[in-house]
Design a protein around this ligand. Structure first.
Ligand SMILES: Nc1ncnc2c1ncn2[C@@H]1O[C@H](COP(=O)(O)OP(=O)(O)O)[C@@H](O)[C@H]1O
Ligand SMILES: [Mg+2]
Length: 425
């Protein structure tokens, strides 16, 4: 089969790596791809958000399967547009992906179907939101969470500790331009405490196939200091996510969500991402994503023993499958550009990748080739180094033993991935 994979981040590189191992993959095209993906397939210079151009190109170039794994094209209805053009595609429809692109939709769904999540109110009027927030008397002991309804590249959730901060945040989101349309409506919700864990599942809209649990590290610096990022490293599986907890999440959260989407006439087919808070009252949903996480995909796909292409085709068709996962562990550590998630330079030469042992997988996120074909930086998160071993300790030790061999000016990474989960390296 000729496959078109839409996107160009680390997640897509990991998907490309796994898809090209399939015996059914004849040729992989990536739009737009990146320097790492260019070694696995042919990059097509079309933006992931250019739905019309992607569908036209796929139709004209004999594409037999389109894989969509990032939020914007899903929210723009790329899967629907492919299907309308007679192309097979993996990923939820626009209506199903609303579970990610509207936090209000997701919260209302959870309320209607009794799926545990933080208590909340929805506001379209800024003054009403400000008055409500003030009445909650947010404080450092009892913060409040304010979220823009729409997609906001991971910056749409703000935790506030005072009524003044709540008002600033609300006015900025609802009246300012920073969030575009995403912040015109907001959710104000109760602050939950507990450990966070990510549970991804494949689902055909009826059956839920859970993947091993994973844990990202969102803050830029060691000890969970610094600003929020797209993710600085992942461990999988998660030591404190016990089989009992997995069973409870399946019963109280995963299956009810998939059933709810079907009841709403929006069956969800694809990868459903459950961001969970393990609270004293049990697991609760922080939010849903309608796709693989980045960098969670880079840590999970190396543990998948099944043929990914066969799996996604079968799930798309609703045929029963049995995804097989390694019982080992995978660690993923992100190498970022100095200054990220603030301003950073690009175009810096990257060296040392060739010296890595073959059991370290370097997935490319922000990389490109310069005009002479040399590898250079091209984004905030540049590479993710991943290793599979029997245990998380061994996997992390292996990545950390080799990560300094990869160099570019200003490169930094967190040295404590897994530490807060009790993994001793
Ligand atoms: N109700 C909540 N209580 C405590 N922390 C929260 C709550 N909602 C969100 N957070 C924190 O904020 C982060 C981002 O929120 P999330 O809803 O996942 O938005 P997004 O990923 O779209 O920015 C979460 O990973 C979590 O750490
Ligand atoms: Mg989130």
């Amino acid at each position: 089969m000729n496959i078109l994979l839409v996107g160009g981040g680390g997640r897509e590189h990991a998907l490309a790596w796994k898809l090209t191992q399939s015996k059914r993959c004849t040729k992989l095209y990536c739009a737009p791809g990146n320097a790492g993906m260019a070694r696995l397939g042919e990059c097509v210079p079309i933006k992931a958000t250019d739905v019309d151009a992607l569908v036209a190109w796929a139709s004209q170039n004999g594409i037999e399967y389109v894989v969509v794994a990032s939020d914007d094209p899903l929210a723009l209805g790329l899967v629907d547009a492919c299907q309308a053009a007679g192309l097979r595609a993996f990923g939820p429809t626009k209506a199903a992906a609303e579970i990610e692109w509207s936090k209000i939709f997701a919260k209302n769904l959870m309320k209607k179907y009794g799926i545990p999540t933080a208590a909340y109110e929805v506001f379209t009027d800024c003054d009403a939101a400000v008055a409500y927030a003030a009445a909650q008397a947010p404080s450092p002991e009892k913060p409040l969470v304010i979220k823009a309804d729409g997609l906001a590249v991971g910056k749409g959730a703000v935790i506030v500790h005072s009524a003044e901060a709540a008002e600033d945040t609300l006015r900025g989101m609802m009246e300012g331009e920073r969030f575009g349309g995403a912040g015109k409506q907001v959710v104000i919700e109760e602050y939950m405490t507990g450990r966070e864990v990510t549970a991804l599942c494949f689902t055909d809209g009826k059956t839920v196939y859970p993947m091993p649990a994973s844990r990202d590290h969102k803050r830029a610096l060691d000890g969970d200091e610094g600003l929020n990022t797209g993710g600085m490293g992942v461990i999988t599986p998660v030591p404190d996510y016990t089989p009992e907890l997995a069973e409870r999440c399946m019963r109280e959260i995963f299956r009810p969500t998939v059933d709810a989407m079907r009841s709403e006439g929006r069956p969800f087919c694809g990868v459903l991402y459950f961001e969970l808070m393990l609270t004293a009252d049990g697991p609760k949903v922080i939010e849903y994503n309608a796709r693989f996480g980045d960098p969670e995909a880079q840590a999970l796909l190396p543990l998948l023993e099944s043929d990914l292409l066969e799996l996604v085709i079968a799930i798309g068709e609703g045929t029963p499958v049995t995804p097989v996962w390694s019982d080992g562990a995978c660690a993923c550590v992100v190498l970022a550009s100095g200054g990220y998630p603030g301003g950073y330079r690009t175009g810096l030469p990257i060296t040392g990748l060739d010296a890595l042992p073959p059991d370290i997988l370097p997935f490319h996120a922000g990389t490109a080739f310069d005009k002479d074909g040399n590898l250079m930086t091209n984004g905030g998160r540049v590479l993710a180094l991943c290793a599979v071993k029997k245990t998380l300790s061994e996997a992390l030790r292996h990545v950390y033993a080799h990560i300094d061999a990869v160099r570019f000016d200003g490169a930094f990474y967190r040295r404590d991935i897994g530490k807060s989960s009790g993994v001793i390296v």
